[in-house]
Design a binder for this molecule. Sequence first.
Ligand code: ADP
Ligand code: MG
Length: 200
Amino acid sequence: MVDAAAQAVIEEERPAAPMRTETFRQTRPDIVGPDAPELPFPIVLSGTVQHGFGRGGKDLGCPTANLPDDSITPMSSVTKTGVYYGYAQISPERDGQIMLPEKDRGVMPMVMSLGWNPFYKNERMTAEIHLMHDFDADFYGHEMNALVLGYIRPELDYTSRESLVEDIETDKQVALKSLSRPAYEKFKSDLIFDTTQSKL
Ligand code: ADP
Ligand code: MG
């Protein structure tokens, strides 16, 4: 725990996210990052999918699989909060049993939000991953492996639900387009993934 004075310093160092503006919306590029991933990418993240606050995700049409705190240390080389893109795969197994249907076992394109965790008074980061795939059921308790390949945009503050949903939709399109470049697409068969699980 930190005392109130230290907490005030922390909060000062981490100002609230800037407001999302109309100019930002109109000038968003549809493809981001260099033609091939550049250091510190690719960054590998692995962990068991945790329950989050149950807040937002599914209501916004964008469920996010939350990673445990100790699994996001590899992101500390970046620390830039905001939205990232890459690939992720869910392990089919839970408690020694195969739980995922074959169609849900592939390596999926993803968008990841990296932010400060209000639950821990913003002293810790959270990483939440939305996989661009329609899963048959929830997969809490399953292992997730992810490869973060690039950065899309900073974390922003929203005055309306519509503009947030709109930006999330744009993030997904930008991620798909950015990942379709050959130097990114090849990471789909990276050794961290189990490509014997599915032909996807
Ligand atoms: P929570 O706050 O518990 O993370 P969410 O509303 O963000 O709740 O939902 C996340 C859960 O939804 C994941 O842990 C996972 O089990 C499930 N889920 C279903 N489809 C997806 C998907 N395409 N991407 C991420 N999670 C998904
Ligand atoms: Mg979530």
